[in-house]
Design a binder for this molecule. Structure first.
Ligand SMILES: C[C@H](O)[C@H](O)[C@@H](O)C(=O)CO
Ligand SMILES: [Mn+2]
Length: 419
């Protein structure tokens, strides 16, 4: 589509939405200022840049061997910049501790803000915020399948110290970049087969977390989050940090809760959990991802659940309390395309939600007019929201429609193929 076609289609769409009481300009302004936190680990299959390179562990897997993955922080940043140029709107970057950018061979419990200085310099250049994660996997001290809940106090202490050190890095991000860093704690702890004792590891996890987050840090700079999970590879029978565990933990300790769309039973959806959590938890973080039969971390698709998640956030006016992040790692396709597809899909779903005639739909429900409620919800799917999306891409100087693919192919030829 050329520029004139995009503009003409937008003007028509604007009128259509106006007739329903929906202001497209307002929706676009909201979309433009809502950042999506792009996870760095899609760019190198969750490998990281520690000097001591280790295999990915913790029950997560990046399958595929598409050529051109980032081998250094410099390459990863260049790849993300390429992706940014093809994604409209505000972005953030979510880093894991294993993405340390330093010549020093530093173990996890010894990381310091200075080891992440280059990331901060880059984030300032890009005008983006950073989020952070301690990495409690891919390490010999997690090989028993336990970290913060390990029966050995020394191993537990190592991981407690890693979380403490990570909070300092996260606080540093927030101070330097003027926007709080969400620091998400995910641990792989669990058991392959039925445990004899489900309680003790959970008690140890509770104590470890309490110690790890005991130092008060201003939420202007840093927000702790905890991520629950149902199962992982090798932890099929029991996960220490279950949903009930972390929901209760976040509610009683005042941390944020991270909901990952792949971390529940296959028919259970996080879109239905957001409203409940909002009653007990101030801040929430999302890991938008696409589970396929299991926690497979496929690239985010414009599917029913992604749309339902965004509708829940918008209908309940939760955008200000929400950090929308992504979590997938697909090594079978061009990794930059993966970011572009997944992030644009999350944004499309958010825009579509912002263009819903929410007030009318809610009014119908309040009057028990479920016929109108269903009719309005269903008609919203075929309203010309895509014309508004195209206009947004144009407005933000990013490619409209699938035009971004050519850019990715050219980058693949010129840059990725040389790696
Ligand atoms: C690398 C991530 O932190 C990891 O994917 C975690 O968030 C998760 O979802 C594990 O299943
Ligand atoms: Mn996750």
């Amino acid at each position: 589509m050329n520029k004139d076609q995009v503009l003409a289609a937008y003007e028509q769409a604007k009128e259509v939405f106006k007739q329903q009481g929906v202001d497209t300009e307002q929706a676009l302004a909201q979309l433009a200022k809502t950042p999506i936190s792009m996870h760095c680990w899609q760019g190198d299959d969750v490998k990281g840049f520690e000097i001591a390179q280790r295999e990915l562990s913790g029950g997560i897997q990046a399958t595929g061997n598409y050529p051109g993955k980032a081998r250094t922080a410099v390459e990863l940043r260049a790849d993300m910049e390429k992706a940014f140029s093809l994604i409209p709107g505000a972005k953030r970057v979510n880093l894991h501790a294993i993405y340390i950018d330093s010549e020093e061979d530093v173990d996890r419990d010894k990381i310091e803000p200075r080891h992440f200085e280059r990331w901060v310099t880059w984030a300032k250049e890009q005008g983006i915020g950073l989020d952070f994660n301690p990495s409690l996997f891919s390490h010999e001290k997690s090989d028993d399948g336990f970290t913060l809940s390990h029966p050995d106090a020394e191993i537990r202490q190592f991981w407690i110290d890693h979380v403490k050190a990570s909070r300092k890095v996260s606080e540093y991000f927030g101070r330097e970049l003027g926007t709080p860093s969400y620091m998400n704690i995910w641990i792989p702890d669990g058991m392959k087969d039925q445990p004899a004792d489900r309680l003790s590891p959970r008690k140890r996890l509770q104590e470890s977390l309490d110690e790890a987050i005991s130092e008060k840090i201003d939420t202007k700079y840093h927000i702790d989050a905890v991520e629950c999970k149902l199962f992982g590879i090798g932890a099929e029978a029991y996960t220490v940090g279950s949903n009930e565990f972390y929901l209760s933990y976040a509610a009683t300790r005042g941390t944020a809760l991270c909901l990952d769309a792949g971390h529940f039973h296959p028919t259970e959806v996080i879109s239905d959990k957001i409203s409940t959590c909002s009653l007990y938890i101030e801040n929430m973080q999302l890991h938008v991802t696409r589970p396929m039969r299991w926690d497979s971390d496929h690239i985010v698709s414009f599917d029913d659940e992604t749309q339902a998640i965004m509708r829940e956030i918008v209908r309940n006016e939760l955008l200000d309390r929400m950090s929308i992040g992504l979590d997938f790692f697909d090594a079978s396709v061009n990794r930059i395309a993966a970011w572009v597809i997944g992030t644009r899909n999350a944004q499309k779903a958010l825009l579509k939600a912002l263009l819903e005639p929410v007030a009318k739909i809610k009014a119908a429900e309040q009057e028990f007019d479920y016929t109108s409620r269903l009719a309005l919800m269903e008609e919203a799917h075929s309203q010309p929201w895509a014309a508004v999306w195209d206009y947004f891409c144009l407005q933000q100087n990013t490619p409209v429609g699938p035009d971004w693919l050519e850019d990715v192919k050219a980058y693949e030829k010129e840059v990725l193929a040389q790696r």
